[in-house]
Write a protein that binds this ligand. Structure first.
Ligand code: ADP
Ligand code: MG
Length: 388
């Protein structure tokens, strides 16, 4: 942690915290825009994340403070609380509401959050603060939920309390992530496999375009609709629930049914991206990071040209990576139109890469990108040594 949360807690609440918990953010390594087509995603937890320090109080109030936001919120500890404007505390409040609805009772608690995930950049600081709250309360009070139950609670909060209609990947990845492992997840069935990722001589670099993802929501809905159209047209000849039931070979037998070029491009991305996830899992299993890197570049190219969800900022980063020898793979990650790209970079080049990319990007885009060197980190856990 880059700050002393115990000291900050003591300064704000005039007592020590009882426990501090960490929950990571996440990136999706490959498998983009196919979760809603019955495809596989491959997210992993990152070492950036959210810490929460807690201690009980004696006045039956929940007090929410965050080092990332100035607004503090206080609510009664055992009543359901309405959503309150745009305040950040809605995330922990939403989680606590779910516990209360499920019959749990709490005495008062003082909370202090701190996150080093760039907020609103597609690395899931929201899922991180949701799972941080759920995991901390579940552990501290022995509430008895398993991880999947916490994931479903957090997703409910995001969908119904916050009002964002997102899938389950973020909460799942943040809760189930493990150090040096990726999760190969079917977001429909929730079947998953953990795959070892030996980065060896490479590091995972996350590059934030610092571009607001303005278009993401409307374009996201447009892509979902386009995939539905492709599915309907294919279903004149075969019976499919999802596009990803076809691999590229089978798709080639039926794709003449898709008459519109744009719709054909969208479906082609979906089918081939899902194949790439299978190939990527194989590459990781055999320790072939170079192959994994090639698949990352292919994924980006497809998202750029066939699915058209990239953009000048993300493309500028990936173009730079292609020409930078110590990078073996790079792609946009997340919904696109901004947010973040990821790259696999040979160790030892971190500083040079950051310096050159910053100059290259700023020159073309007009403002700098932010570069984070990360590892594939642990899932939620108690931080034991900060409050001994
Ligand atoms: P992201 O892509 O980071 O998930 P979202 O807009 O979905 O972006 O969620 C960001 C919101 O989550 C913030 O505006 C804030 O309300 C809440 N949040 C995330 N991290 C923290 C934190 N450390 N402290 C307080 N609120 C946080
Ligand atoms: Mg979010």
């Amino acid at each position: 942690m880059d700050i002393n949360l115990k000291e900050k807690f003591a300064a704000l609440y005039h007592k020590d915290p009882d426990a501090i918990y960490f929950t990571p953010g996440r990136v999706n390594l490959i498998g983009e825009h196919i979760d809603y087509n019955g495809g596989l995603v491959m997210p992993c937890a990152i070492t950036l994340g959210t810490w929460v320090a807690i201690a009980p109080n004696h006045d039956n109030k929940f007090r929410f403070k965050s080092l990332n936001f100035e607004i503090e919120t206080v609510v009664e500890s055992n009543v359901l609380t309405d959503k309150n404007g745009g305040i950040w505390a809605n995330y922990p409040i939403g989680v606590i509401n779910e516990f209360i609805k499920d019959g749990k009772e709490f005495s008062g608690i003082d909370f202090l959050f701190y996150g080093n995930i760039p907020i609103g950049s597609g690395l899931s600081s929201s899922a991180s603060i949701e799972i941080a709250t759920a995991y901390a309360l579940n552990s501290y009070f022995n509430l008895g939920y398993d991880k999947l139950a916490l994931v479903k609670i957090a997703k409910n909060v995001e969908n119904k309390f916050i009002g964002l209609n997102s899938g389950i990947m973020d909460q799942f990845a943040v809760a189930f992530g493990e150090k040096n492992k990726a999760i190969v997840l079917d977001c429909e069935t929730l079947k998953y496999k953990m795959v070892d990722v030996y980065l060896g001589n490479y590091v995972l670099v996350i590059i934030n375009t610092n571009k607001p993802r303005e278009l993401a929501d409307s374009k996201y809905n447009e892509r979902v609709a386009e995939c539905q159209t492709a599915l309907q047209q294919l279903n004149q000849e075969i019976r499919l629930d999802y596009l990803c039931e076809l691999n590229a070979e089978k798709f080639a037998l039926h794709n003449h049914l898709i008459t519109d070029k744009v719709i054909l491009n969208r479906a082609t991305h979906v089918v081939k991206e899902n194949d790439r996830v299978h190939l990527a899992a194989k590459a990781l299993n055999s320790g072939n990071l170079e192959e994994f890197g090639r698949l990352m570049y292919a994924s980006h190219e497809s998202l750029k040209t066939l699915y058209e969800v990239s953009g000048k900022e993300l493309d500028t980063i990936v173009d730079f990576c292609k020409d930078y020898q110590a990078v073996i793979g790079a792609r946009m990650t997340g919904a696109g139109f901004g947010g973040c790209a990821i790259a696999l970079l040979e160790k030892g080049y971190e500083e040079d890469f950051a310096k050159r990319l910053t100059a290259y990007y700023t020159d073309r885009i007009g403002y700098p990108a932010t570069i984070y060197v990360s590892e594939i980190g642990d899932g939620p856990h108690l931080i034991t040594d900060t409050y001994q």
